[in-house]
Design a protein around this ligand. Structure first.
Ligand SMILES: Nc1ncnc2c1ncn2[C@@H]1O[C@H](COP(=O)(O)OP(=O)(O)OP(=O)(O)O)[C@@H](O)[C@H]1O
Length: 309
């Protein structure tokens, strides 16, 4: 068996409206990783997740979860998946406890109250177990969606925009839980508009635009490959202009003459930082401070999308 928990091959999807939501998507998700899917509104992220979860029919191509085809072996594949949807889909009159018991039962899993208790506790919902869903705050309802998705102990968890509109505290709790789940070996796929979030927690980043997967890459590798770096040199004395001896480094001098900025390719093994600093010394420029800046994932993302247009 392959070590990929989710395998998407040559997937195409056109909605009845004629809109081609996915174009020849290929994606292999590794067991135990955190994959962040980024893409602008309408890129096809939710469609992709819905097909993997068996909620939307693929047009053509194939999708397997833990080796089970999402159509032919629907029950087998679906059982392994937990889905936290964007929108609330819970009965308002049910209690918190009953709704997680129900979610677990739906997948034919034997009752395990101790497990469900631990899920509710990890989401700070245990005290609310006897409350009706309608009595919960918005943030608590969000937590309940996650609890329901985890009720049957899935191997793969999909989080579709889990932190849209939630407060800082809930967001932090959520990422703590994601980290715990990862340690338990759960594979996590999340879509988010908060790119800093992906930058922080994902192992790999996938970028989707107009139904196509533009790239899937290890986050670290992506950041080094495309993340330009800047070295900023703060000077003791203002400079009227960049000395000729430093021309080769194309330094940028600030208006006030107190800051020199050197931009270089973070992914290249052959940058000229040391040389440049040597030249600075020979030019007898006195430095007050030095700091570096790296291009953020957000900046990389935006420029990749622009290139793709
Ligand atoms: N049931 C449907 N019928 C017709 N078109 C649809 C349907 N669902 C989605 N679409 C279209 O397919 C495209 C992809 O939508 P999808 O929801 O997958 O995007 P997304 O990347 O999840 O966007 P967002 O970030 O806004 O959630 C959009 O153009 C959308 O209008």
């Amino acid at each position: 068996m392959s070590h990929y928990i989710v395998e998407v091959e040559n997937l195409n999807k056109a909605y009845k409206s004629g809109h081609q939501a996915l174009k020849d998507v290929n994606l292999q998700i590794k067991q135990g990783e955190i994959l962040a899917l980024l893409g602008p509104n309408g890129a096809g992220k939710t469609t992709l997740i819905s097909i993997i979860c068996g909620l939307v029919n693929p047009g053509s191509g194939s999708v397997r979860v833990a080796g089970f085809d999402v159509i032919k072996d629907y029950r087998q594949s679906r059982q392994r998946i937990g889905l936290v949807p964007q929108e609330l889909v819970v009965s308002m009159f049910e209690t918190v406890w009953n709704s997680v018991v129900f979610s677990r039962g739906m997948f034919g899993k034997a009752r395990n109250d101790a497990y469900l208790q631990s899920v509710l506790q990890s989401l700070s919902l245990w005290e609310k177990r006897d409350s009706k869903v309608m009595e919960l705050s918005g943030g608590m309802k969000r937590r309940l969606l996650i609890a329901k998705a985890l009720a049957h102990e899935p191997e793969v968890l999909f989080l579709d925009e889990p932190t849209a509109g939630v407060d800082v505290e809930l967001r932090r709790d959520m990422w703590r839980l994601v980290e715990q789940l990862r340690q338990q070996g759960v594979t996590i796929i999340l879509t988010t508009h908060y790119i800093e979030e992906a930058e922080e927690i994902a192992d790999r980043i996938g970028i989707i635009s107009r139904g196509e997967v533009l790239l899937v890459e290890e986050k670290q590798q992506l950041m080094t490959r495309l993340g330009q770096k800047q070295l900023m040199l703060q000077l003791q004395q203002p400079l009227p202009q960049v000395p000729d001896s430093l021309a080769a480094y194309q330094l940028d001098l600030s208006e006030d003459g107190l800051m020199l900025t050197y931009t270089y390719d973070g992914g290249s093994d052959h940058n000229h930082v040391t040389e440049m600093l040597g030249a600075i010394e020979r030019a007898r420029l006195e430095l007050k401070d030095v700091h570096t800046k790296q291009r953020t994932l957000e900046q990389i993302f935006v420029s990749l999308l622009e290139e793709a247009l």
